[in-house]
Design a protein around this ligand. Sequence first.
Ligand code: ADP
Ligand code: MG
Length: 342
Amino acid sequence: MPIRILPPQLANQIAAGEVVERPASVVKELVENSLDAGAGHIEIDIEKGGSKLIRVRDNGSGIAEQELVLALSRHATSKITDLDDLEAINSLGFRGEALASISSVSRLTLTSKTAEQSAAWQASAAGREMQVDVRPAAHPVGTSIEVLDLFFNTPARRKFMRTDKTEFGHIDELVKRLALSRYDVSWQLTHNGQSVRRLKAAVTDEQRQKRVAMLCGRAFAGQAAFIENRYGDVRIWGWIVQPQACSAQLQCQYSYVNGRMMRDKLLNHAIRQAYGDSLGPEQQPAFVLYLELDPRQVDVNVHPAKHEVRFHQARLIHDFVVSALADALAQLRPVAVAAAAV
Ligand code: ADP
Ligand code: MG
């Protein structure tokens, strides 16, 4: 066969293979865009576990009419312009691929209005050439993205979707993680028209505690102690549960690096090490922890789905986390495992 350039839709579908694993991955990308756009309120509506409909609506900055076509194009982003920006990422997105990828494997409609515009506009891309069609619409300032029939044109992927219940379970878990990353944002999640989560913006310490209790359970909130520590401009804060109280009911293991949810090996290893051998074989650490550091000190461009980061001073960060958590755990008074409730 001769070498040829793939049509845009096929190229985007290949890229989608890396980022759009299941409906929850779509929700992640859309919500991250809403957060990057400065939204204070995010509504997520799901039908049939996301296989029929995923709709994310925000009150962020919106996208200007003349940029709608670009927003749906691959390698088009408003978040970085040069290598310097890439080395100090302050936004959740930067690859400029999500909307192009998602729209190549679904029927996506983007409706948006900026504060400067008097009217809203809507766009969708279709076909091999991903031709974008732009038309007037009604929408307040902000953006709504509707994703219908995910994977309708990629049967191999569609086959991997599990039951609506399982897929929605992944979405709900993701929304939980995201809601723990931004207390200042109010969230709403519905499934098949039923309200599943409704979280008001949490500003005071008490409101934040309440959100943790709602999302991680009262048992976790009742046992978890607030911790905070700094080393230079590296800061760790959050809640941890002392080893004696770690039980199967306290399944809560959430960590974030500069506001980005993570499954980071280095962090997990450091947390385990801080608990040391005080945990029994059946016990898991329970924590919600936030690590904050200069964005120049972490590389987030490691994985297309951005689940991992690389720390420039990995050893130093690891040892700081171990000692900060070990100190905090040492200061916690042992309490009875059965005690719960806030
Ligand atoms: P990235 O987030 O990596 O830039 P995306 O494909 O996710 O790439 O989005 C492309 C661009 O579309 C973004 O850079 C942003 O300018 C714009 N955009 C996407 N979603 C929103 C939104 N909810 N509000 C405002 N702008 C958005
Ligand atoms: Mg994005």
